[in-house]
Design a protein. Structure first.
Length: 109
């Protein structure tokens, strides 16, 4: 199994699995969260990565200290993904609105 923080996964399970239609899956071997079969977030390394529009990702990276680009391989940045890394697992709950925004992005009505 790939490396990830189980405390982050447990926190996100509690936060996300109560949302309508959200299910657990895998992405690159990491725990992932899906809506209608589409991944909108996954736990990996020290935190979580969330899929959002590229412009929104750019703004978050510029304005939020805990957020950075998602770089699955050195020098390869995915523009529609932002990585969030908090030392305190409870801090992930403050991003509930971002998860909801991501769900709407990957699964437009």
């Amino acid at each position: 199994m790939n490396d990830y923080r189980s405390d982050v996964k447990d926190t996100l399970d509690n936060l996300l699995l109560g949302m309508p239609g959200v299910k657990v899956g895998k992405m690159f071997g990491y725990p992932a969260y899906k809506i209608n079969g589409k991944v909108f977030a996954f736990v990996g390394g020290g935190g979580v990565s969330i899929k959002l529009p590229a412009a929104r990702v750019g703004t978050l990276i510029e304005t939020e200290a805990a957020m950075g680009p998602f770089e699955p391989a050195s020098g390869r940045v995915w523009k529609e993904w932002v990585s969030i890394d908090h030392a305190n697992v409870a801090d992930y709950a403050q991003h509930e609105a971002l998860f909801t925004e991501s769900i709407a992005f990957v699964n437009p009505a």
